[in-house]
Ligand binder design. Structure first.
Ligand code: G1P
Length: 280
């Protein structure tokens, strides 16, 4: 799975001056690990991190560290030692670098040489899902149809201009909609539907050829959505509706809300947070 993680995290400065946004913690776990766990839950164990030379901590996080595992084990915390041991054992990482911020399509394209197989998953770490249900279903639909698949949710029309939007080719059946076309950040009032892309993709491998021939689009950047339009025009292409929890962690407020919700999954922590919020 390709995880674009080369952005400067400007919305989180000064926190992101030294610490990559993807490594900011939700509880005791970096946001990036939630995305990696989602991949593992969908049966994907090769993680391609598209990083930047300014963010060496991304590669450092993905480096197996047997000495650290041993230290934690000796302290008696086997559960934590197991979590740390998973790095490099349960998943292997390849780090590639994006030299300049030239858009999401360009970032994904940086992984072209290190990905093999018929299809590739892409996950934007600005969105955190509660589990692997959506991605697993997307992998299944890609296998069944032989075409690319995007994850989506439905929002009021006035919110569509901040996202990639699906132009459906037919009705939603069983949570799956056929896609005729897609549009990146449509101008107000022009979106073809309220079905927005939420940063999860399972794409046939020819997406890398499409990216290579995609010209800069919205914002002067090479847009992944534009590369997908070419696929949708000639191949089966579907959207899968997300029905599980999802957090938009692209802003400090969204990140805080995700941290609170995720902490709340532990009943003891939930009780303490509730008591704290209710105290004067
Ligand atoms: C990107 C994609 C967009 C998608 C969004 C989801 O936009 O280009 O199609 O809907 O992520 O988070 P960005 O948020 O990087 O502007």
């Amino acid at each position: 799975m390709v995880i674009p993680a080369a952005g400067m995290g400007t919305r989180f400065l000064p926190a992101t001056k030294a610490v990559p946004k993807e490594l900011l913690p939700l509880g005791d776990t970096p946001a990036l690990q939630y995305v990696i766990d989602e991949a593992l839950g969908a049966g994907i164990d090769h993680i391609v991190l598209v990083s930047s030379a300014h963010k060496p901590a991304i590669a450092e996080y993905a480096r197996p560290d047997p000495a650290l595992v041993e230290t934690v084990r000796r302290k008696g915390d086997d559960a934590l030692a197991e979590r740390l041991a998973g790095i490099g054992r349960d998943w292997r990482a390849t780090v590639v670098f994006q030299d300049a911020p030239r858009g999401l399509g360009h970032a994904v394209g940086c992984a072209a040489d290190v990905v093999d197989g018929d299809a590739v998953a892409v996950a934007l770490p600005d969105e955190v899902m509660g589990d692997a249900t959506l991605l697993s279903r997307m992998v299944q639909v890609c296998g069944d149809t032989g075409g690319s698949v995007v994850g989506f949710m439905t929002v009021p029309m006035e919110q569509t201009s901040a996202y990639g939007v699906i132009d459906p080719a037919g009705p939603l059946v069983d949570g799956v909609v056929p896609v005729a076309d897609l549009v990146e950040k449509p101008a107000a009032g022009t979106a073809p539907s309220g079905h927005i892309l939420i940063g999860r993709y399972v794409l046939t491998i020819d997406v890398f050829d499409e990216i290579a021939s995609t010209a800069p689009g919205a914002g002067g950047e090479i847009q992944l959505t534009d590369a997908l339009r070419a696929q949708a025009a000639r191949s089966p292409f579907h959207g899968v509706l997300n029905t599980g929890p999802r957090w938009d962690t692209g802003t400090p407020l969204g990140f805080l809300l995700a941290a609170i919700d995720i902490a709340g999954r532990d009943p003891e922590v939930a009780a303490a947070v509730r008591a704290h919020l209710n105290s004067d």
